[in-house]
Design a protein around this ligand. Structure first.
Ligand code: 5GP
Length: 189
């Protein structure tokens, strides 16, 4: 049976990544399954365990590291760990399903290297850092300090864009969505 492929999506927060991934998955035109990452951060309002993330305690996360359960994991923010579980991708790929991963730039580059031509990596860029700050402010879910932390992180993540197979700027949402759909369609064809 033909093996499935990995679609890696990385983007600074506030670039519309969750909206874009959600939209592409909801359309259901592409055979894509979402890799639910593990994290030790607390759920935000509306987030569901096992759907958005596997929400774990610090100890549970450490135990999984020791068990080598992760394909990759990173400390994305101080004290906050995120990781891709082998169990989220292995069986699905072997059964011929494509798996989409929403992970940070380090994870993205790492998984792309591990999986070689079985993976494609896409970086979603904001039109500008000022626009990103404005979007985070409008979203209203973070304190001013948290916004500056995210903007600082975004500037850092932007420096990785050249390490990705494709860069899509989210200047207009529908345009960015169709550009990404086209990349995925071409890749899994
Ligand atoms: P948030 O806390 O806003 O949901 O996510 C913060 C960052 O962690 C995002 O850039 C997201 O892509 C990244 N992230 C989520 N899951 C993983 C993962 O499994 N591995 C890595 N390396 N990054 C992840």
């Amino acid at each position: 049976m033909k093996k499935g492929k990995l679609i890696i999506i990385s983007a600074p927060s506030g670039c519309g990544k969750s909206t874009i991934i959600g939209d592409i998955m909801d359309r259901g035109e592409l055979d894509l399954e979402f890799s639910v990452s593990a994290t030790n951060r607390k759920p935000r309002p509306g987030e569901v365990d096992g759907v958005n993330y596997h929400f774990l305690s610090d100890q549970q996360f450490k135990d999984l590291i020791a068990e080598k359960a992760f394909v990759e994991y990173e400390q994305v923010y101080p004290g906050r760990y995120y990781g891709t579980l082998r169990s989220e991708i292995q069986n699905r790929v072997e059964q011929g399903h494509n798996v989409i991963l929403d992970i940070d730039v380090h994870g993205g580059v790492n998984v792309r290297e591990q999986f070689g031509d079985d993976a494609v990596s896409i970086f979603i860029a904001p039109p500008s850092i000022d626009e990103l700050r404005r979007r985070l402010q409008n979203r209203g879910s973070d304190s001013p300090e948290a916004i500056e932390e995210r903007v600082g992180r975004a500037e850092y993540e932007m420096s990785f864009r050249d390490k990705f197979d494709h860069v899509v700027t989210n200047d207009e949402l529908p345009r960015a969505i169709s550009a990404i759909e086209r990349i995925i369609t071409d890749f899994i064809a």
